[in-house]
Every structure is written in structure tokens, then in C-alpha cells.
Design a protein around this ligand. Structure first.
Ligand SMILES: Cc1ncc(COP(=O)(O)O)c(C=O)c1O
Length: 558
């Protein structure tokens, strides 16, 4: 063979290899694309880009009441109801509202939550006429009271922190403080109460080691950092819609000004995702927020996203447990660290949290919220080899994690009270028949709603609820205001998340259910759920898209 022929052959060979490599990369890329959920929440970059294009517009007073094309008499009926509600809010909540308006000028968080309670087209007018108070002055049993002395049944659950009832946490904080008072806020050295906390946590989590942080967000950061350190791989996998705190890497979509480069957002409960986990070599860990079992692949529901009635939720415990088992097996096979983020569900669904509840053991578990006994906390529990922050053979290659307030004695004291309580017969008893109780209560409310032909239903994962709407409507977001008027306290995400503490008695629950039905009846009476056969979720979405495009074109021309 001539030198020329050899060179040509080599060139062909190299070209072929390059083509094969490109094809292989393309194949991997396609596999990854297939494992993305088709919704915008599944496409973080695109969601961020599109979000940046959405122009502000709002409805004027006339359109506010008939954005769905309702006839004049329905719009008038809505307006009358709205004015009545407005008068009630402005008198009944006067002091709470006055103080909130004053404070909001200087508190950015209040401005944000105030603006994002309802879809933005309705927001300003609603804020003006149905102002929400952000202050409360006391709690008692399952109720909280505002600055005007109104008592509300609490469905906020203090962001999920309140599992055992506010009374319990008040005492835990006091008794915990008593335990550590002699040391006070000395940071760095530990108070000995920590030793027992670690022992109990290891036993509950079924893990070897524990580290303490200040928030759930930080616990998740540390869990992911450890996974990257020990696997020497770069990427984390989170599932579409799942919340894991506000750290950039776990929030790659809307809300984070920067794109993330080491996060894959994949479909939950999907064979496509398992395929990606099997074939890619850059995945350090998979983060699971078991709360997603209530609405897999959908973001945490908030009323500002209630543009129509397409919010769905349904919890299938067996299906989710089966998914977690599959995920566990694939992670084990491919040395991917499986992290359960139990910041929300830990200690709420079972004493041993989601691991016990679904019967699957994770490699690392994060806890937070209620575990602090009412004080701020984030905890990581994991296997010894994954928790280690240095290498014996590479002394300079460390995985750094410190925090001034980690292991704060007062937090450790309150946590100790919480963990101790779980050891007592009363503490264990709260988990008996827990799902049965909450499933029956859910059913009881749904039956009552159905009996009255109301287009509302609730779905639950144990004591965590979300409200769904069964008839296409643009006005479901109004419901939160009727609920508050009936004396039910909701968090700023409105009917997206109702969280019950486990000390709700049947009588307490019946009172909530009656008020819930009364609120829905009032809303129905005031015409908000008027519907026309042509009004579908699809047609609503289409109309909003048209408005948005028109606004954008119009704004450009200005
Ligand atoms: C599953 C999950 N992970 C992490 C966090 C963040 O916790 P924190 O608000 O304490 O930072 C939350 C908060 O809601 C959560 O629900």
C-alpha cells in the first residue's frame, strides 16, 4: 500500500471515529431530551427565557369581573360579591392591614408575597380592595389570631414546621432553653444535649452520621456538595417541579437570575429518566422531594399560577413507592447518591419519615422545619463514607462546610425536646392510623362539596392538602379570599397548599370543613364559577396567550 493510500485510510478511519463519537453524543443528548418533562417546568432554560418575555398588563375595573367573557349580569353579581368582601376585609382586618401596608414599604419579602398571591392581571386591583394582613399576634391550639383579634383556623402549618401543634413548640422552645441556659449562645463548642440528638437522629434516619445546618436550603447544599465530592462527578438530578430550597443549583428555572450548568431536571416516575441515570457518567446524585408524590412533575401549586382549572393532584402511595424502589436500584447499580430531601415531609408522614413511609432507604437524608422544635434548622444524615469531609490520602482535598450558627445550643435544646417527645408513647401514637384519619377527612370534605355541587375538590398526601377545581374558570384564585373571610388562615400560596397540624381534633376539622363549604357556596353564589360550554382550560390558556402577545406587540410599538 502506498503512503498516500495509508494516509487516506487513516483519514477515513479518523473521520469515521469522529462521526461515531458525534452520533453517540447525539444519542445521549436525545436520551436526555426524552427524559425531560414536556411542560415548561421541565425545561428550565426555556422557562427562564419565556418568563423574561412576558409583559405586564392588567385588567381594568370592567374587565376584572368578566375576563372570561361572562355576561353583564354575572359580572355585576361578581362585583357585588367582591365589594361586600372588600368592605368586610377593610373593617374586620383593619389594624392588621394598616400595619402591613406600613411595613411593606420597607420589607421586600412582603412586597413580593403581596404581589404574587393571585395571577398578575388581577393582582393590583385585588391588593387594593382585598388587602391581606401579614401580622398575627398569638396562637392557641389549632388557631392563630391577628392584630384585630380575629381567630383563624390555621391551615398554613407554618410552612410545614407545625406538625405537633403550636402549643408543643412553645413548650419545646422554653424547655429546650432551660436545658442549655447555663451555656447560653456559646458557638463553636457543643452543648452536651447534642450527643443525644445525634443518637436519636441516627436511629430514626437509619444512618451513620449527622451534620447540623441552619436551614433546609443549607442542608440540601451540603448533601449535594458531599455527593459531588465523593463521586467526583459534577451533576445533580432534580425532578421536574420539585422544590429543594432556593439555592441556585436546585432552582435552575424561573426565580434564579443565572442558568445552572450542573443540574439535570428530569421527569419523575419515568423509564426515560432511569435510562439517563444508567448511561451518563457525570451524575453525582439524585434529589427526591417525596412531597412531589402528590403532584409528580408539577411545581408546588400556588394561586398566582391559577390561570385556569388545570391544577391536578392525586397521591398514589404504591405507585410512588414502586418508583422509589426502581430509582434506588438504579442508583445503587451506578454509584449515584440517592438523596431524600425530607425537609418538608420528614416527621410528618411517619416517625421514620419518607424512608419508612415508602419503605426505601436513601444514602443521604436531609431534614429541617419541624425537627428544630420550632427553631430554624437543617440537618443532613448519611452513611459514614458519604458524610466524610476530607480524604485520608489527600489532606488538601477537603469538602468544606461550616456555619457560625450550626449546632446553636438553643436550637439543639428545642430539637432535643422534639426528639424526646417522639420517643414517648404519646409521640409515637400520633402516627397511628395517620393516613386513615386524613384520607377520611379528605373524603368527608369532598363528599360535602360534591353534595352541594361545588366545583372544588381537595387532594391530600396525609395531612398536606392541595385544592383542585373541577370546572374551567379564570377565577379560582378568588376562593382564597372567601376562605379567609370564613376564618381560615392560608399562607401566601393560597389554596395551593393547606397544611394541617396533627393536633387537629375531629371537631376542629369539622369546623374547618363547614367553613370551607360555606366559603365555596358564597363564591358560587357570587357568580365566580359561571361557566359556558365554550369556556375550557384550553380556551382560557389560548385567550391569555393572545392577550400576552397583543400586549407585547403593542408595547413594542409604543
Ligand atoms: C423539600 C424542601 N427542601 C428544602 C427546603 C428549604 O428549607 P428552608 O426554607 O428551611 O431553607 C424546603 C422548604 O420549604 C423544602 O420544602
Amino acid at each position: 500500500m502506498t503512503a498516500w493510500a495509508t494516509a487516506t485510510l487513516a483519514l477515513y478511519g479518523a473521520g469515521g471515529a469522529a462521526a461515531a463519537a458525534s452520533l453517540f453524543r447525539l444519542h445521549r443528548r436525545l436520551e436526555l431530551s426524552r427524559a425531560k418533562h414536556r411542560s415548561l417546568a421541565g425545561h428550565s432554560r426555556m422557562a427562564r427565557r419565556l418568563a423574561a418575555l412576558v409583559p405586564f398588563y392588567e385588567y381594568d375595573e370592567a374587565r376584572f369581573f368578566c375576563a372570561d367573557g361572562a355576561p353583564l349580569e354575572v359580572a355585576q353579581c361578581r362585583r357585588a360579591g367582591f365589594e361586600q368582601l372588600s368592605a368586610l376585609y377593610k373593617t374586620r382586618f383593619a389594624e392588621s392591614v394598616r400595619r402591613t401596608a406600613e411595613a411593606a414599604e420597607s420589607i421586600s419579602d412582603l412586597q413580593f408575597t403581596g404581589a404574587y398571591r393571585v395571577p398578575f392581571q388581577f393582582s393590583r386591583y385585588t391588593r387594593k380592595h382585598l388587602p391581606s394582613g401579614a401580622f398575627m399576634q398569638s396562637s392557641d391550639g389549632v388557631t392563630i389570631s391577628d392584630l384585630d383579634g380575629n381567630r383563624f383556623y390555621d391551615l398554613t402549618g407554618a410552612y410545614g414546621v407545625n406538625v405537633l401543634g403550636y402549643g408543643f413548640y412553645k413548650e419545646a422552645i422554653e424547655r429546650g432553653a432551660e436545658q442549655v441556659r447555663a451555656l447560653g449562645p456559646v458557638l463553636g463548642p457543643y452543648h452536651p444535649v447534642l450527643i443525644e440528638n445525634v443518637k436519636l437522629l441516627k436511629e430514626i434516619a437509619g444512618q451513620d452520621e449527622v451534620s447540623f445546618h441552619m436551614s433546609g436550603t443549607e442542608a440540601v447544599m451540603q448533601a449535594v456538595r458531599l455527593a459531588r465530592y465523593h463521586t467526583r462527578r459534577s451533576h445533580l438530578v432534580r425532578f421536574c417541579g420539585a422544590y429543594h430550597g432556593w439555592w441556585g443549583d436546585v432552582q435552575p428555572g424561573i426565580g434564579n437570575p443565572l442558568p445552572t450548568h450542573e443540574t439535570y431536571t428530569l421527569k419523575e416516575m419515568s423509564a426515560d429518566t432511569l435510562r439517563v441515570l444508567r448511561t451518563r457518567h457525570d451524575i453525582a446524585c439524585v434529589l427526591v422531594n417525596p412531597l412531589q408524590a402528590l403532584h409528580p412533575n408539577a411545581p408546588a401549586p400556588g394561586d398566582s399560577a391559577l390561570l385556569d382549572s388545570s391544577r391536578r393532584a392525586h397521591f398514589d402511595k404504591d405507585a410512588y413507592a414502586a418508583w422509589l424502589k426502581e430509582l434506588r436500584a438504579v442508583c445503587t447499580e451506578h454509584n449515584i447518591v440517592l438523596i431524600f430531601d425530607e425537609v418538608f415531609v420528614g416527621f410528618r408522614v411517619a416517625r421514620g419519615g419518607a424512608q419508612e413511609y415508602f419503605g426505601v432507604r436513601a444514602d443521604i437524608v436531609t431534614y429541617g422545619k419541624t425537627l428544630g422544635g420550632g427553631l430554624p434548622i437543617g440537618v443532613v444524615c448519611g452513611r459514614h463514607e458519604l458524610m466524610k469531609r476530607f480524604r485520608d490520602d489527600r489532606p488538601a482535598d477537603i469538602c468544606f462546610a461550616r456555619g457560625s450558627f450550626n449546632s446553636h445550643p438553643y436550637v439543639m435544646g428545642a430539637m432535643n425536646e422534639f426528639l424526646h417527645h417522639l420517643q414517648t408513647p404519646a409521640g409515637r401514637a400520633i402516627y397511628h392510623d395517620l393516613d386513615k384519619t386524613w384520607n377520611e377527612r379528605t373524603q368527608r370534605l369532598n363528599d360535602a362539596l360534591r353534595a352541594e355541587d361545588l366545583p372544588v375538590e381537595v387532594a391530600n398526601l396525609s395531612s398536606i392538602w392541595t385544592v383542585c377545581y373541577t370546572r374551567p374558570s379564570r377565577y379560582n384564585w378568588v376562593f382564597q379570599y372567601y376562605l379567609r373571610a370564613e376564618g381560615l388562615a392560608l399562607s401566601w400560596v393560597g389554596t395551593g397548599r393547606l397544611i394541617f397540624s396533627l393536633n387537629y381534633t375531629q371537631a376542629d376539622f369539622e369546623a374547618v370543613a363547614d367553613r370551607f363549604v360555606a366559603a365555596a357556596k358564597a363564591m358560587q353564589r357570587d357568580g365566580w364559577w359561571w361557566n359556558h360550554p365554550e369556556l375550557t382550560n384550553k380556551s382560557i390558556k389560548r385567550a391569555i396567550l393572545k392577550e400576552t402577545i397583543a400586549r407585547r406587540l403593542f408595547a413594542r410599538g409604543q
